[in-house]
Design a protein around this ligand. Structure first.
Ligand code: ZN
Length: 67
C-alpha cells in the first residue's frame, strides 16, 4: 500500500497517510489545524525506486547471484 506524505500550507505540519490509489484525497484535512490546504507529495517509494532501477539493482543483485 502506498504511503502519501502531505504538508499543510497553513501550519507546515507534515504527516503521512496510508491510502489507496485515487480515493479519499479530496476529504483530507490537516490534523493539526483542520485546513484543507495540503500539498501532496509522494514519499519513500517513488523517490528511491524510480531513479536508478536498472543500474543499481543489476549491480546489487547480479554480482552475488552466480558465484
Ligand atoms: Zn495545518
Amino acid at each position: 500500500m502506498p504511503i502519501y506524505e502531505y504538508q499543510c500550507r497553513e501550519c507546515d505540519h507534515r504527516f503521512e497517510i496510508l491510502q489507496r490509489m485515487g480515493k479519499g484525497s479530496q476529504k483530507l484535512a490537516c490534523p493539526n489545524c483542520d485546513r484543507k490546504t495540503l500539498d501532496k507529495q509522494f514519499s519513500i517509494f517513488s523517490g528511491s525506486v524510480a531513479g536508478n532501477v536498472g543500474s543499481a539493482n543489476a549491480d546489487a543483485c547480479g554480482s552475488g547471484r552466480f558465484t
